[in-house]
Structure formats: structure tokens, C-alpha cells
Design a protein around this ligand. Sequence first.
Ligand SMILES: [Fe+2]
Length: 190
Amino acid sequence: MQANPGVGLADVRDALLALPHPFTRAAVHDVARDLRLNAADLRGCLNFSPGAYTRTRWYAGDRFEILVLCWLPGQASPIHDHARSICTMSIVQGVCRTEMFEVADGRPSESFHHGESAPLTATGIEECGAGRVITVEGGDIHRVGCPSDAAEPLVTVHFYLPPIVEMRCYDAATGQCRMSRPETLSPAFA
Ligand SMILES: [Fe+2]
């Protein structure tokens, strides 16, 4: 069997634009799975900061957005849900550590208000490398990051369908919920 030669990020964007509405998790995952990228292909979007991981816009449309996330070893996202969006993440470079959580009493994430505490239970940890594609949706709760002992920075490409304006983040110690509007940087194309 021949290896899939893959397609570039503009091809994936165009394939997503051609998908019928509403998007389905399986269809988006299948499209993103063909992506083959090197970090060098993302010039202008590679913003590493010692303060925190960064999110840089590669494409923004009404139906979805594409962001490049850059993580130094030891940096991680807050524990968060995905509002009403499908989120597909493609790992471009490095090792990505994903921790999954559930609400112990089964309440959906969207039912928690700002300031309320959720009884979160860790349900699994996965570490995976370049070429892997992970899709989550809506009330799925996880934390993503680059392990502190990683040999190189992590670069991931995220497809949010529709774009996420605001989502729930949860304090790792207390489970307290806060509504968060993540900062997105603009690309700096030379
Ligand atoms: Fe996420």
C-alpha cells in the first residue's frame, strides 16, 4: 500500500469550505487527516513566547478558523471545553500531551456558570507526535500541552468550526469555571 502523500494547509482549508453544512465531526477529521506540514510551512505564524503558549490566526472565516499554536516545553492550555464547536488538532512538530476530563456527576460542561465549580475527573492521558490528528467537540473537556521534558517545542494546527469566541476554562485544583476569551495573534507575513 502506498503512503498518503498528503496535502497542504490551503488544500485542507479549501476542502473544509467545500463540505456541506452543518459540519460533522467525522467529515472534518477525515479532511484534516490528510494534512502534511512542516513547521517551516507556517512561517509568519510561529510565535514562541516564554510567558505562555500562543495562538496565531492562519485563516478566519464565518464557518471556521485555522490557528497555529506554539508551545515551549512545559507550557499547557487551561483545562477547557469547546463551546459549540468541533475542534480538530493536527500535530506538526514535537510531542503533544492531552489530558481528558469528565464531570463526575455527568452534567454537561455547557451547564456550568462562571464561578461555579465542576467536579472534574481525569479520565486519561495521551502523548502523540507529528502527523496525529485529534478531534474533540462541544462539551469535551481536556488540557493540551508540551511535556516539560520534551526535546523540542510543539507546533499544532487547530481547526475550530465554527470559530470559538468564548469557552469554559476550569481551574485544575478547584474545578472552578470561568468564561474565557482566548487571545489570538495576527500573522506576521514578510
Ligand atoms: Fe481544546
